[in-house]
Design a protein around this ligand. Structure first.
Ligand code: GLU
Length: 447
């Protein structure tokens, strides 16, 4: 078995040189799924995993745009259409200077399993550009989005591929992208999710990834007779996922003591309460400022420049910033400080060494493809509402999100429970995600 895993990983490395993030994501899935395939004969034919690790289609394109002073800039745009076995391609767009083929392929690959876990009919995709929205004016962002959509519109559609947001792509960018698609195609359809409320967006979509992350953590804690009330929670990031993870933690009685951005983290041992969180949301969403500004207003807090929050003593950790933001040493620090539960709000924030340490320590650890699936699940609910030309209330969407997160947790337990009763959520999520996609691929022939 070890040899089969190694042979498969060698093949992936050979086919995808210089794509470390993509190889990392495939390796994690292969380690869980190959032993399962060996025990289940029906999945041994047709090179299922090999086909899953090869995108159905990759599009790369030039995105020229002019800044406010008239200077021309050229960025690179991408869309990875990874797998459409169980539904149209679905997944976000990331605008960040670090974006490259490896990062988008890892995200698209993860998305296939995540979307499968949601129980909704969505295939997997991801896209974006190496554009940095930071420091750009609204008009510059608009011109960039319009140029990006000129190319993207050729390959997306409400029954083909439905992008959404991710890092650097929020309500503002989705609005500009949607407006330009509509102008180019003369068509008002649900081609993007995360839209504004006034033009087809779903209630609870902005909150969904963070809320879902906390619902998943609650489910995990329940398996050990625990809950969030009174527990100290360390959160990284201060974007959409971090903000709404914090909001839900406060609603269920937890104490949020850190948040961060790429500059460093703030530590407020007295707790970031509702008013302080509202300050952070305004700072980040409207003023587009830095987290360091928090300590100018709240002198009880300290700012740690260039550092990550994982050395702060806590009960629960929610990494909600970006990939590979929590390494093996930081995982050791968390566990030795008494942390009992880690739920990934970001995609692949923990390195393989960190994940291994959490599982080895037998604490609760949820991989992002399970714990952050609430975002894309609610995108799926937005698609349903768009198709029906109807919209559900916030309570209706939230209760559907809640039960989807419970179902994902159940699926992880079904496939991830070891003989000693420990639930390996990484194994569970990967196998549960694999099974639905594999069954559909087997039924559809070699395509
Ligand atoms: N970017 C989010 C994710 O990583 C959301 C994708 C979507 O809503 O399509 O799942």
């Amino acid at each position: 078995m070890e040899k089969n895993i190694q042979d498969f990983i060698d093949l992936i490395k050979k086919k995808n040189p210089n794509e470390p993030e993509f190889i990392q994501a495939v390796e994690e899935v292969a380690e869980a799924v190959i032993p399962f395939i060996e025990e289940n004969k029906q999945y041994q034919s047709d090179k299922l995993l090999e086909r899953m690790a090869e995108p159905e289609r990759v599009t790369m394109f030039r995105v020229p745009w002019t800044d406010d002073s008239g200077e021309v800039h050229v960025n690179r745009g991408y869309r990875i259409q990874m797998n459409s076995a169980i539904g149209p391609y679905k997944g976000g767009l990331r605008f960040h200077p670090s974006v490259n083929l490896s990062i988008l392929k890892f995200l698209a690959f993860e998305q296939v399993f995540k979307n499968s876990l949601t129980t909704l009919p969505m295939g997997g995709g991801k896209g974006g550009a190496d554009f940095n929205p930071k420091g750009k004016t609204d008009r510059e962002v608009m011109r960039f989005c319009q140029s990006f959509m000129v190319e993207l519109q050729r390959i997306i559609g409400s029954d083909t591929d439905i992008p959404a947001g991710d890092i650097g792509v929020g309500g503002r960018e989705i609005g500009y992208l949607f407006g330009y698609y509509k102008k180019l195609r003369n068509e008002f359809t649900g081609i993007l999710t995360g839209k504004g409320r006034s033009y087809g967006g779903s209630l609870i979509r902005p909150e969904a990834t963070g809320y879902g992350n906390v619902y998943f953590a609650q489910n995990m804690l329940k398996t050990r007779g625990q809950d969030i009330k009174g527990k100290k929670v360390v959160i990284s990031g201060s974007g959409n996922v971090a903000q709404f993870s914090a909001e839900k933690i406060l609603q269920v009685g937890g104490i949020v003591i850190t948040m961060s951005d790429s500059g460093g983290y703030i530590h407020d041992e007295q707790g970031i309460d509702e008013a302080k969180l509202a300050f952070i949301m305004d700072l980040k969403n409207n003023r587009r400022g830095r987290i360091s500004e928090y300590v100018d207003t709240y002198s009880s807090a300290t700012y740690h420049e260039g550092e990550r929050p994982w050395s702060v003593k806590c009960d629960i950790a929610l990494p909600c910033a970006t990939q590979n933001e929590l390494d093996g040493d930081e995982a050791k620090a968390l566990v030795s400080n008494g942390c009992i539960c880690i739920s990934e709000g970001a995609n692949m924030p923990c390195t393989p060494e960190a994940v291994e340490h959490f599982i080895h320590s037998k604490i609760l650890f949820a991989p992002g493809k399970a714990s952050n699936a609430g975002g894309v699940a609610t995108s799926g609910l937005e698609m349903s509402q768009n198709s029906m030309r109807y919209s559900w209330t916030a309570e209706e969407v939230d209760s559907k999100l809640y039960s989807i997160m419970n179902d994902i947790h159940e699926a992880c337990v079904t496939y991830g429970k070891d003989s000693d009763g420990f639930v390996d959520y990484v194994k569970g999520a990967n196998i549960a995600g694999f099974v639905k996609v594999a069954d559909a691929m087997l039924a559809q022939g070699i395509v």
